[in-house]
Design a protein around this ligand. Structure first.
Ligand code: GTP
Length: 613
């Protein structure tokens, strides 16, 4: 069975871990453990005696005092009972290993640490100060001292401070796992008590409210607080506790806390009104009552806390998987990460080309539809019209008309016709180029892992497109060369196989044909047209080969080769620039990592304490 110390001590350690790792509740963007941890929130109006109660419980003078709002950050006061005779000391979470034995310096450090976060202004902050006190004169107990519920802002405070304090205090007392230590001075009408009003609102059944009446010694003679202390005036599940702290005069005279406790005991023991309640009055009794109750609340709440921790760990791990793990800092690991991301992109790009993903079929469409139809649409009819054939042939003859076959005319007609093929050739190259660019864009977008690295995404896109531009230039040269080769050397066989002009007697008709008649030019046009048709058929097959060889195959084989070469020359800083992430995403991942660390350490803490119901 876990001892009281081990359970409260366990929650103390988890609370400290929460603050170190940035979980002090109220943060809706991340699951919060702080909100679920049982604690005792000390609430009261200004000058209700909160600080005095806390100092009585600790038995030490250590809290800052003064006018206006003194407590401006939650003070998580973790009390650890030590062996009798051991020296008392205090430690701050923000000053680990530094032991304070002079409690007046503790008071100063609380003020300084408050100012460190809120600045010298009178602002408040939800970031807690953790103070642990080790003493034989305390019980194991954690109390959270909150700013006094104030009514009016003092100079230097914005009007909003009243509301801000109310919402900070509320965020603590409305937690179902939080016990409420509601402090009210006895010489004030209970109906006007800020603490009771708030606790009645958040804990109407009074299950977790401990009513404390201070300043019983200041009540008017002849009056007493028995109606409240005996539970008649405002009943709570837990009995009310009356307290007598040091008066301002005592504080000024530096009456020490142990003496003050003794005087408190005497006050109740000798009081005609409260003598019968003496054993259940005073700050020492209050401390034991709170400690026992806190320990039982922790014990009952642990199963729920464990469920919350496990659920939150799952949520955070799922989010981290989605966000991706933090990038390594050494350049070797960074280079490896970059190459892995490039490979991921390249794999997807290849799938688009090879059919695993849509898109590659559009390249085939260029060869099967766009190119043939572009070739069909070439204006050979106009080019080989009768008048153009006559014109070109005549011009090619110059002053000496051709005698047999208009060699020059043929060549010129064919050359000019072949020139038309440049258009469809270049158009095929461009069409495939734009399809490949589109596939690069889609592949980049489909590479999930790259989403984290906008700079690398842009660099890979740029490198891929530069490579495609180079392939396109090469492809254009090659396909144009295909066309040029056709006009560099005409296919002689074609002409050999042309039907000669032969009569039935086997004599050549040529002699009888009028070389300058229409029919002669028509025949020339038709021969050229057949020749060009043959070339078109050839190019219809060879252009795709050139385009695929120069663009598609190269894109598959070496799209990022230049990029890899550049990468090899980059230094660490340049590599990390490539991997710089969306700052929001990095911040979010960092928060998740810290919060996950907190939950895992909390789970270990709970596992380490063999608690049972
Ligand atoms: N006589 C007497 N004086 C008390 C008692 N409790 C508090 N005081 C005096 O009341 C004044 C306010 O006490 P604090 O303990 O500072 O009250 P507080 O709620 O912490 O005040 P702030 O946090 O500064 O708003 C001080 O002068 C105390 O000495 C008490 O039980 N009896």
């Amino acid at each position: 069975m876990a001892t009281m110390e081990s359970l409260i001590g366990m929650v103390n350690r988890i609370q400290r871990a929460c603050t170190v790792l940035g979980d002090y509740g109220g943060d809706t963007a991340l699951p919060t453990l702080w909100e679920a941890l049982p604690s005792v929130a000390v609430v009261g109006g200004q000058s209700s005696g909160k600080s005095s109660v806390l100092e009585s419980i600790v038995g030490r003078d250590f809290l800052p005092r003064g006018s206006g709002i003194v407590t401006r950050r939650p003070l998580v006061l973790q009390l650890h009972k030590t062996e009798p005779g051991l020296q008392e000391y205090a430690e701050f979470l923000h000053l680990p290993k530094k032991k304070f034995t002079d409690f007046s310096i503790v008071r100063k450090e609380i003020q300084d640490e408050t100012d460190r976060v809120t600045g010298k202004s009178k602002q408040i902050s939800p970031i807690p100060i953790h103070l642990s006190i080790y003493s034989p004169n305390v019980v194991n107990l954690t109390l959270i001292d909150l700013p006094g519920l104030t009514k009016v802002a003092v100079e230097g405070q914005p009007e909003s401070v009243v509301q801000e304090i109310e919402s900070m205090v509320r965020s603590y007392v409305e937690k179902p796992n939080s016990l409420i230590l509601a402090i009210t001075p006895a010489n004030q009408d209970l109906a006007t008590s800020d603490a009771i009003k708030l606790s009645r609102e958040v804990d109407p059944a009074g299950d977790r409210t401990f009513g404390v009446l201070t300043k019983l010694d200041l009540m008017d003679k002849g009056t007493n607080a028995l109606d409240i202390l005996e539970g008649r005036a405002y009943p709570l599940q837990q009995p009310w506790v009356g307290i007598v702290n040091r008066s301002q005069a005592d504080i000024n005279k530096n009456v020490d806390m142990i003496a003050a406790r003794r005087r408190e005991r005497e006050f109740f023991a000798t009081s005609p009104d409260y003598g019968h309640l003496a054993s259940k009055m005073g700050s020492e009794y209050l401390a034991k009552l709170l400690s026992k109750h806190l320990e039982s609340v922790i014990r009952t709440r642990i199963p729920g806390i464990i469920a919350l921790i496990n659920r939150s760990i799952d949520e955070l791990e799922a989010e981290l998987d989605h966000l991706g793990r933090p990038v390594a800092i050494d350049s070797g690991a960074q280079l490896y990460t970059i190459l892995e991301l490039c490979r991921a992109f390249d794999r997807i790009f290849k799938e688009h080309l090879e059919g695993g993903r849509p898109g590659g079929d559009r390249i085939y469409g260029v060869f099967d539809n766009q190119l043939p139809s572009a070739l069909r649409k070439l204006p050979f009819d106009r080019h080989l019209s009768l008048q153009n054939v006559r014109k070109v042939v005549s011009e090619a003859d110059g002053y000496q008309p051709h005698l047999i076959a208009p060699e020059q005319g043929y060549r010129r007609l064919i050359d000019e016709a072949l020139n038309y093929f440049r258009g469809p050739a270049e158009a095929s190259v461009d069409a495939v180029h734009f399809i490949l660019k589109e596939l690069v864009r889609r592949s980049i977008g489909e590479t999930q892992e790259l989403k984290r690295f906008p700079t690398l995404q842009a660099e890979i896109t740029a490198a891929a497109n530069e490579a495609l531009d180079r392939f396109r230039e090469d492809s254009k040269k090659t396909t144009t060369r295909l066309v040029d080769m056709e006009s560099s050397y005409l296919t002689v066989d074609f002409f050999r196989k042309l039907p000669q002009d032969i009569d039935r007697g086997g004599n050549s008709i040529a002699s009888s044909v009028d070389r300058y008649a229409e029919g002669h030019f028509r025949r020339i046009g038709s021969n050229v047209s057949s020749y060009v048709g043959m070339v078109a058929e050839t190019l219809r097959n060879t252009i795709p080969k050139a385009v695929v060889h120069c663009q598609v195959k190269e894109a598959k084989r070496s799209l990022l080769d230049h990029f890899y070469t550049q990468l090899g020359k980059k230094e660490g800083k340049q590599l990390s620039q490539l991997l710089d992430e969306n700052p929001m995403l990095m911040e979010r991942r960092q928060q998740c990592v810290k919060r996950l660390e907190l939950y895992k350490s909390a789970r270990d803490e709970i596992d380490s304490v063999s608690w049972t119901q």
